[in-house]
Design a protein around this ligand. Sequence first.
Ligand SMILES: Cc1cc2nc3c(=O)[nH]c(=O)nc-3n(C[C@H](O)[C@H](O)[C@H](O)COP(=O)(O)OP(=O)(O)OC[C@H]3O[C@@H](n4cnc5c(N)ncnc54)[C@H](O)[C@@H]3O)c2cc1C
Length: 402
Amino acid sequence: MESKKNIVVVGAGYGGITSVLRLARLFRKHPEYQIHLIDRNPYHTLKTQLHEAAVRKREVSIPINRIIQGRNIIFHLGEVTRIDAKEHIVYMEGGALPFHYLVIALGSQVNFHNIPGLQENSFSLQTLRDAQQIYAHIDKLCARAASEPNEELRRDMLRFVIGGGGLSGIEFAAELADYTVHCTHNCHVNSNEVEIIIVESGDHIVPRMEASFATRIHKKLLEKGVKIITRTKIISRTSDTTTLSSGEVVKTKTVIWTGGTRIHELIGESGMKIGQSGRIVVDEFLQVEGYPFIYAIGDNALAINPYSKQPVPAAAQFALQQGRLVAYNVYADIFRGMRKPYHPKVLGEVVSLGRHLAVGWFALPLLKKITFVGFLGSLLKTAIQEKHIFLLRKESRNWITY
Ligand SMILES: Cc1cc2nc3c(=O)[nH]c(=O)nc-3n(C[C@H](O)[C@H](O)[C@H](O)COP(=O)(O)OP(=O)(O)OC[C@H]3O[C@@H](n4cnc5c(N)ncnc54)[C@H](O)[C@@H]3O)c2cc1C
C-alpha cells in the first residue's frame, strides 16, 4: 500500500489552527494526503486575551482535540526541536515527521534583550503558563500586603512595573488597574498604595499606532491612575529593584516584561532565509524563499504588504488571514491551480483598556474609518474575540467552548 503524503502544520496558534482546519476541509476528498498538527501544548491559546487571564483568571485556552475532532487531522503533542528544510523532516520531542508540505506557524517568544537580571526576575506574557504565574503572584502579593504593617514595605509590594508600552503592555496595565480596585477591596489594602508604572523606551506608548490613538490611550491610562514613563529603558533588574536608564531605582517585586519578542532559534538554525527581527522571508504567496514545499505564516513570517512595501505587523488578524491563504495555496500547488498572492486586509485595531473600555478604529468601505472610545469599543473587542471562536466552530463543525 502506498504511504500517505504528509501535510504538516507546526504551531496551533491563530495562524496554525486556521490553516490546519482549512487544509482538512480542502483535502477531505483526498485520503492520500494526511494532515498533521504539532504543538507543545494540548490547547489553542487565545493569546490576545492573555492579559485577562493574568489579571482575572479568564479562560483563554481551548483543547485542540475538541477543535479538530472528526477532522482528518492527526495531532502531535510535543516541542518542535528542528526543521530540516532540505530533507523535509520536522523533528520533535520523541520523534520525527517527514513532510510533503510544511506550514510554519510557531509565533513569537519573549526577548529579554540580555538586560542584566531581567529574565531571572521578571514575568513575561506570551503563554498561558506566563499568565497563570502572574495571576498567582499578584494574588499572593495582595494577600501578603494586607498583613504587612510597614507602609513602605507594603507600597513596595503593591508597585507593579510593566516594561514596554506596546499593545500587550498597555492592555495588561489597564486590566491590572481595574483589578486592583477589586483586589484591594477584597484584601482590605488601601488602593492609593497601589502603583502601576509603564516604562517605555520610545517617545510614546503604542508606537505602532497613529499618534492620535496613542494620545487617547495615554490619557485613558492616566485616568486609571497608571503612571507612564517614556524615553526610558529598564537597564537592570534584581528581585526587589529595577534600575532605569534615567538612573532612578524603582523598588518593586513585580516586573512584567512585554518589551520585546523574538523568533524561535530553531528557525535561524533551519537554513531558511531570515529577515528583519529574525522572521522567515516569504514571497507574495507566503512561500519560504528557496523552499517550494514550505510556507510560513503569522508572527514568524516576514510577509511584505504589497501596497506599503512594509513588513506586515505581528498581529492575530494577519495570522488568521495568512492561515487560510496558505491552506488554499498548498492545495493549489498540489492540484496545479492558481495560487493567490497575499494582500493583507487591515480590518481595524482595537485596544482594550480594562474590562469596560476600549479604543480603536474600524475600516469602512472607500478607505474610510470609524473611530471609537469607550464601552462600545469594549463590546466590539468582545465581538472580535467571539468571531474567532465562531469561525473555529464553523470551520471545524464542532461546538467549541473554552
Ligand atoms: C497579551 C497580548 C495581547 C495581544 N493583543 C493583540 C490584539 O489585541 N490584536 C492582535 O491582532 N494581536 C494581539 N497580540 C498579538 C497576537 O497574539 C499574535 O500576533 C498572534 O498570536 C500571532 O499568531 P501566530 O499564529 O503567528 O502565533 P501564536 O498565536 O503565538 O501561536 C504559536 C503556536 O506555536 C506553538 N509553538 C511555539 N514554539 C513551538 C515549538 N518549538 N514546538 C511546538 N509548538 C510551538 C505555541 O504553543 C503556539 O500554540 C497580542 C499578544 C499578546 C501577548
